[in-house]
Design a protein around this ligand. Structure first.
Ligand code: G3P
Ligand code: CA
Length: 229
């Protein structure tokens, strides 16, 4: 089973910052999960929300700031006495390039359909030689289909939380490499349904040891967790 730090080691460090990524990778995690948005000047940055309000001392949409403008804010979330800048995807890829890690890059296009974000992400990952180490995921089906059009060999995971049955069928219909449902939907039968069709099960956000053990026994491939469980 592969254990990925959800937004980095986010239980102990400010989510989606280089310190959270480094601590996960230096620690007991096999890699990290992170979220990609696009700035006003077309830079790929790592942040969960469309807005910077929750995780920084600023306000407003990521898409309305240039990268340099975003760098003026402190993205320390609620961790006092920490100074943290918003990272570029490129910084994370450079940090990981020589390391034995798995990266789950979530294209955050379910609310804002950033133009060309799929191609830009792909180009950068390819340029850094990391295509084999990346799981591309999205809640937005179109983003996964665009990625497949760009390169049919990519490992694609379809994220879903609502409308479980409908989305499960989409995983089968489009033959994605992996289903990425929220863990609460998973039981022996559900996991077997995917496995019987050769589809991996990768799930989130698993912060409980007993649930992790159950998922491990059932052959779930990846868990995404905030904690070092
Ligand atoms: O990729 C798993 C998980 O990160 C999806 O939910 O809202 O934390 O991006 P969210
Ligand atoms: Ca995510």
């Amino acid at each position: 089973m592969i254990k990925l730090g959800h937004r980095g080691y986010s239980e102990k460090y400010p989510e989606n910052t280089m310190i959270a990524f480094k601590k996960a990778i230096e620690g007991n995690f096999d890699g990290i999960e992170t979220d990609i948005h696009l700035t006003k000047d077309n830079k790929l940055v790592l942040i969960h929300d469309e807005k910077i309000n929750r995780t920084s001392n600023g306000k407003g949409y990521v898409k309305d700031y240039t990268y340099n403008e975003l760098c003026k804010f402190n993205f320390n979330y609620h961790f006092k006495d920490v100074e943290a800048r918003i990272p570029l995807l490129e910084e994370l890829l450079d940090y990981c390039s020589e390391k034995d890690v798995i990266l789950n890059l979530e294209i955050k296009t379910d609310k804002i359909h950033y133009k060309n974000i799929e191609q830009m992400t792909y180009d950068l990952v390819k340029q850094k030689g990391l295509l084999q180490k990346v799981i591309f995921s999205s809640f937005y089906l179109e983003s996964l289909l665009k990625l497949r059009e760009i390169d049919k060999t990519l490992y694609l995971g379809y994220l879903f939380e609502d409308n479980y049955e409908i989305n499960k069928e989409k995983v089968f219909e489009y033959k994605f490499n992996a289903a990425h449902p929220k863990y609460v939907f998973l039981n022996e039968k559900e996991i077997n349904d995917y496995h019987s069709k050769g589809i991996d099960v990768n799930t989130w956000t698993v912060n409980n040891d007993e649930i992790k053990d159950f998922l491990f026994e059932e052959g779930v491939k990846v868990i995404i967790t905030n904690r070092d469980i």
